[in-house]
Design a protein around this ligand. Structure first.
Ligand code: ZN
Length: 375
């Protein structure tokens, strides 16, 4: 069935619609003819049928008549003029519909169907906007967590033995930390897979478990969803050093929330494409954190940003200032603010100096924050 034509009702050979919303404007029920601001009497010929809810919310099938075949009722002019025009006027756009404006949303005035849809979309978008802010907060916190590591397990039957023989399924495991450094990159041959068909670099599950426990054990893992986190959780446990896993760190849910798309029907879009590799999961998280627009109260995030790093100096004021001057001379200091020396209490004139520096040539400006501040 198509949305505009309906299916043909086999008994009487007229189109049949499954929803009120798919019925064309020129097809009205008998009651809808009578409700027009200039009421009409339908012709006797049923032009189509619709199955939908009646005014009590009960599903029923209704006969539809073509309004173009209808005739004016005998209602007198005085009575027509006495009817309330407000019932036919949209409270938002001011359109004077010929049919009663009966759509209402959250206490708003009577609306035409288009304004009703627009209102519903706007309400859904506002909700999505609120959720997005939560996801940004999460992203900033996880980026500032030094124990966090982004992990991905890609399962693919990518290796083909010679002459079109059976494929060996392999799992490519990747992990990066917030500084974009690779923590782990390896190809795992699952138990039961024929070693002969796997790439030479592939390790078996027992070896993978040991390596994962060593590299990821005790760290907070951020994965696309539980299906991707599960093998790593299992292997790290087998290897004797479990990872820290929280369902609330599932990036899929976070990213969908941050994207916060609402479709034309006012429904939140609940799916999005996986970034597909650990470093790309990190990229998605950095985007969600919206660090470039971070306000002063999020300064600590600049420290955790993959583009910058903090050089912390403690010592004599002259030494600290000299080191700052050297770093600035070679162009690695972020921004051009003068260094701020902080006296270390009871340390005989020792000072602390914290310098935000570029990493990997990424240029960033912004105030120098306190790395211990919780974002
Ligand atoms: Zn309207």
């Amino acid at each position: 069935m198509t949305e505009t034509h309906g299916t043909v009702d086999s008994e009487v050979a007229v189109p049949h619609y499954e929803k009120w919303s798919t019925v064309p404007r020129y097809l009205l029920t008998r009651t809808q003819h009578a409700e027009l601001d200039l009421p009409r009497t339908p012709s006797g010929r049923v032009a189509a049928r619709v199955t939908g809810k009646d005014f009590k919310g009960k599903r029923a099938t209704f006969d539809l008549f073509d309004v173009r075949e209808s005739t004016p009722t005998r209602t007198g002019v005085a009575r027509l003029l006495a009817s309330d025009p407000a019932l036919y006027t949209c409270g938002h756009c001011g359109a004077h519909d010929e049919r009663p404006t009966n759509a209402r949303l959250y206490g708003s005035p009577l609306l035409c169907s288009t304004c009703f849809d627009a209102d519903r979309i706007a309400v859904a978008q506002q909700r999505a906007r609120n959720t997005r802010a939560d996801q940004t907060t999460w992203a900033r916190k996880v980026l500032a967590d030094p124990s966090a590591v982004w992990v991905h397990v890609h399962k693919e039957p990518r290796v083909r033995a010679g002459d079109g023989g059976p494929r060996c399924p392999v799992w490519t495991v990747t992990a990066v930390d917030a500084t974009r450094a690779w923590v782990l990159r390896m190809v795992v041959r699952p138990n039961g897979a024929r070693a002969a068909n796997a790439p030479a670099s592939a390790v078996d599950e027992a070896t993978a478990a040991k390596r994962i426990a060593r590299k990821l054990g005790g760290r907070r893992i951020v994965a696309w969803d539980y299906a991707h986190a599960e093998p790593l959780i299992r292997w790290a446990k087998q290897g004797g050093r479990p990872v820290v896993h929280d369902f609330r760190d599932a990036l899929h849910d976070r990213l969908v929330g941050w994207r916060g798309l609402v479709d034309r029907r006012g429904h939140v879009v609940h799916t999005c494409v996986s970034p597909g590799r650990a470093d790309r999961l990190l990229v998605a998280t950095v985007r969600m954190a919206e660090i470039t627009s971070a306000a002063d109260d999020h300064r600590a995030l600049l420290v955790a940003d993959p583009g910058a790093t903090v050089v912390d100096i403690a010592g004599r004021p002259e030494s600290a200032l000299r080191l700052h001057a050297i770093l600035r001379a070679v162009g690695v200091v972020v921004g051009d603010a003068e260094p701020t020396l902080v006296e270390v209490p009871d340390a005989g004139g020792m000072v602390r100096l914290r310098i935000l520096c570029h990493r990997d040539g990424v240029v960033r400006t912004g105030p120098l924050g306190d790395a211990t501040e919780d974002a």
